[in-house]
Design a protein. Structure first.
Length: 347
């Protein structure tokens, strides 16, 4: 199935049904009076987060969604039927934005969440509604209220615990395939990965979801290469695994390039916990490896993990580091929730 993480769709809620002008006419009843019913309400446009979807590909083939009109009122005080709601089913992690692509309408992070995007128009009043002591035979009714229309953007941000970042050919896809059952395309040319991939990692009795996004290059924030549009998929990640290709000349510059692009995209992304990994160490002489680790440690100001995605050397150590960070994050969130719900205890 083709991966699609962004789509623009047209929505229109249903018009309300028109009210009815009618008069009661029965044998032996001299003054029947008005009995026109109200129109039904137009259908709403609703978005619902469902399980079993991981792409917006359905919205590639259908971009227009119109809810049905409410039924018109009828005689004998019969109200028109309400129009059925139209439901857009989206995967977990979907955001719905206005046409300006900035104003957030809804953000779906859990299965079962629903949001009414557009309300249907109210049904018009029939002439029975307008009956008064001074106007006992009204001959007018309201038309139904028109529905609302707008264009919106659907944007999918994958839900993952950890995200892989790095320059093209840093070995991200190889790393993902080595630690999970995911089978991303792997080749020795830049931008082999053209869309994000997800894999579930199991290590030491713990499971977490790992996301691999297409490689970044200098100027990605300005559209160079594939650009930075896929960085949205790691915005929800709690930990970043920064892979640097150990076979290139300047590993410090490679590290700084990615860090700069993360900061240009969003400050919060650059502030996420990070594990720095020097990859492809099996192809580097020992003395050269030692120098590159020292340079990279100085540039990143943190511990540098030496691994080889191809042979598996050092990979488990990185995964255990991710688990420890996720556990610490989870404990911190639970403690913050406890403080909010219980408040500060005082004797």
């Amino acid at each position: 199935m083709k991966f699609l993480d962004q789509a623009k769709v047209y929505l229109r809620s249903g018009d309300g049904g028109a009210g009815c002008v009618s008069f009661r006419r029965e044998k032996f009843i001299e003054f029947g009076g008005p009995d026109g019913g109200n129109g039904g309400r137009g259908g709403d446009v609703v978005a619902e987060c469902v399980d079993g979807l991981n792409t917006l590909i359905d919205y590639r083939y259908q971009q227009h969604f119109k809810a049905p009109t409410g039924g018109h009122g009828m005689g004998k005080n019969r109200t028109g039927a309400d129009g059925k709601d139209i439901v857009l089913k989206v995967p977990v992690g979907t955001q719905i934005l206005e046409d300006d692509q900035e104003t957030l309408i809804a953000d779906f992070t859990e299965v079962g969440q629903r949001a009414v995007l557009l309300k249907g128009g109210n049904g018009g009043f029939g002439n029975a509604y307008f009956k008064t002591s001074s106007n006992q035979a009204p001959r007018h009714a309201n038309p139904g209220q028109e529905g609302i229309e707008k264009w919106v953007w659907l944007r999918l941000k994958l839900i993952a615990d950890a995200g892989l970042v790095g320059l093209p050919n840093a070995g991200k896809s190889t790393f993902l395939s080595a630690v999970s059952a995911a089978k991303p395309k792997i080749a020795d040319y830049p931008f082999t990965t053209l869309h994000p991939n997800l894999g579930v990692v199991s290590i030491g009795g713990s499971d977490f979801v790992l996301a691999d996004i297409p490689g970044l290059i200098e100027g990605a924030s300005e559209g160079a290469g594939i650009g930075d549009r896929f960085l949205g998929h790691i915005e929800r990640c709690k930990v970043l695994i920064h892979l640097i290709d150990g076979t290139q000349e300047d590993v410090a510059e490679a590290y700084r390039t990615i860090r700069n692009e993360l900061a240009l995209y969003k400050d919060a992304l650059a502030d996420k916990p990070e594990i720095v990994v020097l990859n492809k160490t099996d192809a580097i002489p020992a003395e050269e490896l030692k120098d590159k680790v020292r340079v990279l440690r100085k540039a990143s100001r943190q511990e540098v993990h030496e691994i080889s995605g191809a042979t598996g050397k050092g990979v488990d150590e990185v995964l255990y580091g991710v688990v420890r960070m996720l556990d610490a994050e989870r404990t911190e969130q639970e403690e913050a929730l406890r403080r909010r719900t219980q408040g500060s205890w005082a004797p």
